[in-house]
Design a protein around this ligand. Sequence first.
Ligand code: 13P
Ligand code: SF4
Length: 345
Amino acid sequence: SDEALKQLIQNAKTELGNDLFIPGHHYQKDDVIAFADARGDSLELARKSAETPAKHIVFCGVHFMAETADILTDDDQNVYLPDMRAGCSMADMANIDQTEIAWDRLTDMLGDTILPMTYVNSTAAIKAFVGKHGGATTTSSNCESMMTWALTQKERIMFLPDQHLGRNTAYNLGIPLEQMAVWDPILETLIFEGDLDDIKVILWKGHCSVHENFTVHNVESVRAEHPDMTIIVHPECKREVVALSDDAGSTRHIIQTIENAPAGSAWAIGTEMNLVKRLIDENPDKHIISLNPHMCPCLTMNRIDLPHLAWCLDSLRQGEPINPITVDETTSEQATMALERMLKR
Ligand code: 13P
Ligand code: SF4
């Protein structure tokens, strides 16, 4: 039963004490997040993982976050993912072979004018590639400042793997859509009409399968049915959805905006379902709905559940841990360069 699993988790937490740290991403289910030692978005959890002295880090989030934690922690600290199937469809849209091919082709076309950047929602191998070529990682909450920095380093950037975060951020920085190209990793083609010299941003053709579910139709329906509502979305949503919304920002920005909003205010939120539900529960004085009435859970975030968390913690308690996440030394060193360029800013 759930009660027995909760007891097992609590016992393991008590027994492991300060040796254990459980970071929990905001998109985790309520019953899992209840056991997190820290809640946060990608950036906050990366920073907290880098700082914790705990020997065991059980990451309640997805695979790329656990990899990042492993990269940022010391050799005598170990990171575990309660369910190895907790991946990220966006991170899977850019593999290292595709990235090397893209880089060769693009640098043939454009010479040594490109700096690679990657959203932290990417594999360790992609972060290492970016680090090796002088670039940096970014998250949704620091993307404008990271992109501004990147454009002081080289004439143009290649942004992996989320075209929407890249496009929305570049647009906010005043870069016209006409100066943004798209690299299609399946067709191995650059999609761009115009003079190649004009390209400022090359967007990798990847997306988040959760945030792509918010549509222009959803925005129009909310405007028609709830004209008093303010619409706030995550920048992983498509450009046209962001353009029609009232506000767009990272997970942290959305949470802070809702928490600071006056009682009685009304909101339609375009982000992951577990978070929207929690915001509804924790802000009973505000009227909050999901921008998409069919609510969009992140299926891979949801892989982390009570049975997997209990299994993972119990294996640690028994001294036979399951599901360690280990990034090899070279990848880790190169990825660290990309992450540090972000974390020190
Ligand atoms: P942030 O936590 O950076 O907002 O990222 C959202 C997300 O999709 C995490 O997988
Ligand atoms: Fe990946 Fe999107 Fe899920 Fe985040 S919400 S883990 S980007 S699929």
